[in-house]
Design a protein around this ligand. Structure first.
Ligand SMILES: O=c1[nH]cnc2c1ncn2[C@@H]1O[C@H](COP(=O)(O)OP(=O)(O)O)[C@@H](O)[C@H]1O
Ligand SMILES: [Ca+2]
Length: 504
């Protein structure tokens, strides 16, 4: 009996065992914390050059290597705007196209850590300016592309080609970009990914955002409609993160705002024989001597006349301006259930839209990004009726080449969206005019890189049941629990209050 009552903690074996258990628990906690501490991040980089009709921009993207398949992890690290015009403007002196990229490429060498240079892909995609040049003079467009290719290959990055992307790609990649950045692909439709879905899949897939891109030479509309896309030329199928998307897209060549202006001017010149063009799309008091070749050299313009100059004079009347813009849209002869214009199929508009590039620049300048359609029309009419002198005075810092065109551009955008794409007062506020989402610019370049670098998986990546922080927290919690139990045991072991039942 005396033996039994002796405090067991006085035995060296028990003490050694207790110390070992305590050490074991400490080791467990330490290992869990240390092992799961995020490693110093390894970043990967990618470069995409957007060779647009009016200018070229170089984008650098960055993402943590270990997370590359998650949605929303690739970010824009830097953008560099190439000095001078778009590459298609160098058709008569192609060497200068390549040379024009040097400054931005040198900047990329500084922005991206040197040890990552040789694993960093560089892509160049040219859009509508080069599509038009190829149509006009394919050998000139080949020379321009070879020149930029040669220039890009002279840098320590991984060259992945310089090509003219199609209008479909431009639309599709813009759509991928806005949905990737606003994390629309993350949502699940509630069905396990291996269960086949019914045919009307687009009503079950998580909702996405449409994309509206207005460039200088072309414009794109891309969205997921509720109805089936009946025209094969406008249909795209994607499987992204375990969901199927049936996307509608169309690119209108010559309906970018710079080419549309040329077409409108040519049309207006056609209407009278004089060498004076009285234009309601420009502010009153605006005058300029213009060469006809600046208009007639465009492959978007088919009319011609003999003189070489004309006198351009503004009258600032948005109603009349809209009348003359409407003439470049053909609203007859639709061979499909419904059309936007020029006999091009367009399903019923669906959901919200992000409108970027020149849609944003123009609407933002005119302060029309958050109004109703009616107010937008009123404010635009007021802006157009300002005299050119007042406009110049009110905006001394804005370059003339943009400033003089805002009345035209604003009217063109409203006409394109309302009469071309069939937006109405009711769904007008579904359009969000955006420049950036987070820190990344809205545009086709990010989607292009995500696709070519396989950064968007078709199936949703397997995720561990617990997030990292949750796992560490659980480990620490359970270890602490063990320690507490251990301490209680220790306090209790030798006491009669704990042991009395046994010994009496
Ligand atoms: O600050 C601005 N104000 C108005 N328009 C702008 C501004 N910055 C760029 N733009 C316009 O955005 C358009 C960009 O088109 P881009 O060069 O990408 O042509 P593309 O996409 O048709 O090939 C051009 O019409 C250009 O004039
Ligand atoms: Ca563009």
């Amino acid at each position: 009996l005396l033996e039994m009552k002796k405090n067991p903690w006085h035995s060296p074996w028990v003490i050694a065992l207790a110390v070992l258990i305590a050490l074991g628990i400490i080791a467990l906690v330490t290992t869990a914390v240390v092992q799961n501490k995020p490693l110093p991040k390894k970043f990967k980089y990618g470069i995409v050059l957007d060779a647009g009709s009016s200018h070229t921009s170089l984008y650098i993207y960055e993402w943590p290597a270990e997370k590359q398949n998650d949605t929303g992890v690739v970010k824009q690290l830097h953008v560099c705007h190439v000095k001078g015009p778009g590459i298609s403007s160098y058709s008569t002196d192609p060497k200068r196209a390549g040379a024009s990229l040097q400054e931005c490429m040198n900047e990329a060498k500084v922005k991206i850590p040197e040890r990552r240079h040789n694993e960093t892909p560089v892509y160049l995609g040219a859009t509508a300016g080069m599509r038009l040049l190829r149509k006009e003079n394919s050998s000139a467009s080949d020379k321009v592309l070879s020149s930029v290719a040669k220039s890009l290959q002279s840098y320590p990055f991984q060259y992945h080609g310089a090509r003219i992307i199609t209008g479909q790609e431009e639309g599709a990649y813009g759509w991928i970009t806005v949905n990737y950045l606003s994390e629309k692909f993350k949502q699940s439709n509630g069905f396990p990914s291996d269960v086949p879905l019914p045919l009307s899949i687009n009503t079950l897939t998580p909702s996405t955002m449409g994309a509206l891109d207005l460039g200088g030479a072309s414009t794109q509309i891309t969205f997921v409609p509720h109805e089936e896309v009946v025209s094969k030329d406008n249909a795209l199928d994607f499987r992204l993160y375990g969901n199927d998307y049936k996307v509608y897209t169309h690119s209108f060549l010559c309906y970018g705002k710079d080419q549309a202006l040329k077409v409108v001017l040519a049309e207006q010149l056609q209407e009278n024989d004089e060498d004076v063009l009285v234009n309601p799309c420009f502010n009153k008091g605006y005058t300029k001597n213009m060469s006809l070749s600046s208009i007639y050299s465009s492959p978007c313009v088919s009319t011609r006349r003999n003189s070489s100059y004309f006198f351009h004079r503004g009258t600032g009347n948005t109603t009349q301006c809209r009348e003359s813009i409407r003439k470049i849209f053909n609203f007859t002869g639709c061979p499909w259930p419904r059309c936007s214009f020029n006999g091009i199929y367009q399903p019923q508009l669906q959901g919200s839209f992000g409108a970027f590039s020149a849609f944003y620049f123009v609407m933002n300048f005119l302060n029309l990004t958050t109004t109703t359609l009616e107010v937008a029309k009123e404010k635009l009419a007021a802006y157009c009726s300002l005299s050119w002198k007042d406009v110049k005075q009110n905006y001394p810092k804005i370059k003339d080449k943009y400033l003089e065109e805002y009345c035209f551009s604003g009217t063109y955008i409203l006409t394109l969206l309302e009469e071309g794409y069939n937006f109405t007062s009711e769904n007008w506020n579904n359009i969000e005019f955006i420049k950036k989402i987070g820190d990344s610019d809205a545009g086709w370049t990010l989607g292009y890189m995500l696709n070519l670098t396989n950064l968007i998986p078709a199936e949703s990546p397997a995720v561990p049941p617990l997030p990292h922080a949750g796992y560490v927290a659980m480990m620490v919690l359970f270890s602490l629990l063990l320690v507490v139990l251990f301490v209680i045991g220790y306090k209790c072991f030798g006491r009669p209050s704990c042991t009395s039942q046994k010994y009496t």
